[in-house]
Design a protein around this ligand. Structure first.
Ligand SMILES: NC(=O)c1ccc[n+]([C@@H]2O[C@H](COP(=O)([O-])OP(=O)(O)OC[C@H]3O[C@@H](n4cnc5c(N)ncnc54)[C@H](O)[C@@H]3O)[C@@H](O)[C@H]2O)c1
Ligand SMILES: CC(C)(O)[C@@H](O)C(=O)O
Ligand SMILES: [Mg+2]
Ligand SMILES: [Mg+2]
Length: 346
C-alpha cells in the first residue's frame, strides 16, 4: 500500500500498479458479483466489472425501465439478469446499489440471503452509518465493504471506456472472513477506479453528503443563480449574464483549475482579474463558512439522512424531483444555457 503525502499529511492509497487487474481477477475468481439496482452507479459498475472479466449478474425490479435498460446493456434475463431476490440468492458479493432510501425497503430481502461468508458491498456509508434510521445491521458472519467512486456512475463508465479510471474511496466495516480488505481493493479495481483512497463508512458519508450539498452541487447551483440574478437585475442581457457566470466557468476556467490548481487558473487571467479575485475570495469564504458549518452539523446530526429517507420513501417522489429539475431547466438562466451550448465552436 502506497503512503502518499498530501500537503504534509500521509495517507494510504492503493494504486493500479501495485494492485493490477489480474490480481483483482484472481482475488474474486470464485465470486458471483450481484449488482442490485440499475440506476446510475449500477450500470457503471456492472458494465465495468463485466468488461474487466468478472462474473457479474444484475438484480433489478422486473417491469421497471431499468430492467429493460439492463437487457439493452447485454444482461440476459434468467442468465445474468434476475429479480432482486434471485440475484441476491445467487450472489456471493451483494452490491447494494439501490437508492439510499430504497435500500431500507429492500434490506429484509437482502439480509435473508446474506448467508455466512458472503460479502455485502456499498458505494456509500449511508445505510450502515445511519443505522438507527435505516435499520441496516448486517449479520456478524458476513464481510461488509465499501467502494465509493468520487463522481457520477456516468463518468465512471465514460472514463473506463477511454482507458482511464475514476478515483474512489474504500473502506471495511466488518471483516468476518479475514479477506474483507483484499476484497474491497479488488472490487475497487474491478469497478474501474483509478486510485483508491482509504476511509471509513462514517467519514465517507459525512464528506460525501457535505460535498454534494455544498461546493459540488448545492452551493455551485446557488451561487450561479445569485450572480446571474444580480447581473440581470443590473441590466445585462441573458447571454452576457450566462457567459460571465457559467459558460466561462465550465469551458475555460474550471478546466484550468483541474489541470494545475487554483493559482494556475489565476495566473492565466489578467492581473486585474487576479487582484479582484484575491480581494473578494475572503469575503465569499467568510460569508459561506457559517452555511457550510450548518450543513456539516445537519449531516452529522442525521438530519440530512432523515430528510433523504423521508422524501425518498414518499410515493411519487421521483415525479416530484423531476418537476423540481424541470423548473431549473426551464428557468431563464438554464434556457439561456441551452442556447449558449449550441453556440460552442468545436
Ligand atoms: N449516482 C451516482 O453516481 C453515485 C455516486 C457515488 C455513490 N453513489 C451511491 O450509490 C448508490 C446507488 O446510487 P444511484 O444514484 O445509482 O441510485 P438510484 O437513485 O439511481 O437508484 C438505483 C436503483 O434503485 C432502485 N430502487 C429504488 N428504490 C427501490 C425500492 N424500494 N425497491 C426496489 N428498487 C428500488 C431504482 O429502480 C434504481 O434502479 C447509493 O448508495 C448512492 O449514494 C451514487
Ligand atoms: C456523484 C456524487 C454527487 O459524488 C455522489 O455522491 C452522488 O450521491 O450521486
Ligand atoms: Mg453522494
Ligand atoms: Mg459523491
Amino acid at each position: 500500500m502506497a503512503k502518499i503525502n498530501f500537503g504534509g499529511v500521509e495517507e494510504t492509497v492503493v494504486t493500479r500498479e501495485e494492485y493490477p487487474l489480474a490480481k483483482a481477477q484472481e482475488t474474486l475468481k470464485d465470486e458471483v458479483i450481484a449488482v442490485i439496482g440499475y440506476g446510475v452507479q449500477g450500470p457503471g459498475q456492472a458494465l465495468n466489472m463485466r468488461d474487466n472479466g468478472f462474473n457479474v449478474i444484475v438484480g433489478q425490479r422486473k417491469d421497471s425501465p431499468s430492467f429493460e435498460r439492463a437487457k439493452q446493456d447485454g444482461f440476459v434475463e434468467g442468465e445474468t439478469l434476475f429479480s432482486i431476490e434471485e440475484a441476491a440468492e445467487r450472489g456471493t458479493i451483494i452490491c447494494n446499489l439501490l437508492s439510499d432510501a430504497g435500500q431500507i425497503a429492500v434490506w429484509p430481502t437482502l439480509k435473508e440471503r446474506l448467508t455466512a461468508g458472503k460479502t455485502l458491498y456499498f458505494s456509500h456509508g449511508f445505510g450502515i452509518t445511519f443505522k438507527e434510521q435505516t435499520q441496516i445491521v448486517p449479520p456478524a458472519d458476513v464481510d461488509v465493504i465499501l467502494v465509493a467512486p468520487k463522481g457520477s456512475g456516468t463518468s465512471l463508465r465514460r472514463l473506463f471506456l477511454e482507458g482511464g479510471g475514476l478515483n474512489s474511496s474504500f473502506a471495511v466495516f466488518q471483516d468476518a472472513t479475514g479477506k474483507a480488505y483484499e476484497k474491497a481493493i479488488a472490487m475497487g479495481i474491478g469497478v474501474g477506479s483509478g486510485y483508491l483512497f482509504e476511509t471509513d463508512f462514517k467519514k465517507e458519508v459525512y464528506s460525501d453528503l457535505t460535498g454534494e450539498r455544498g461546493v459540488l452541487m448545492g452551493a455551485l447551483a446557488g451561487i450561479i443563480e445569485a450572480q446571474y440574478q444580480v447581473l440581470r437585475q443590473r441590466g445585462h442581457s441573458p447571454s452576457e449574464a450566462f457567459n460571465e457566470t457559467v459558460e466561462e466557468l465550465t469551458q475555460s476556467l474550471v478546466p484550468l483549475v483541474g489541470e494545475n490548481g487554483m493559482d494556475w487558473m489565476f495566473s492565466n487571467c489578467s492581473v486585474t482579474a487576479q487582484r479582484g479575485a484575491l480581494d473578494w475570495k475572503g469575503k465569499f469564504r467568510e460569508a459561506t463558512l457559517p452555511v457550510l458549518n450548518d450543513l456539516y452539523d445537519s449531516v452529522a446530526s442525521g438530519k440530512e439522512a432523515a430528510r433523504t429517507i423521508q422524501r425518498g420513501s414518499t410515493p411519487g417522489y421521483r415525479q416530484e424531483l423531476e418537476a423540481e429539475l424541470k423548473e431549473v431547466r426551464e428557468s431563464e438562466l438554464w434556457q439561456t444555457g441551452a442556447v449558449v451550448r449550441k453556440l460552442r465552436s468545436k
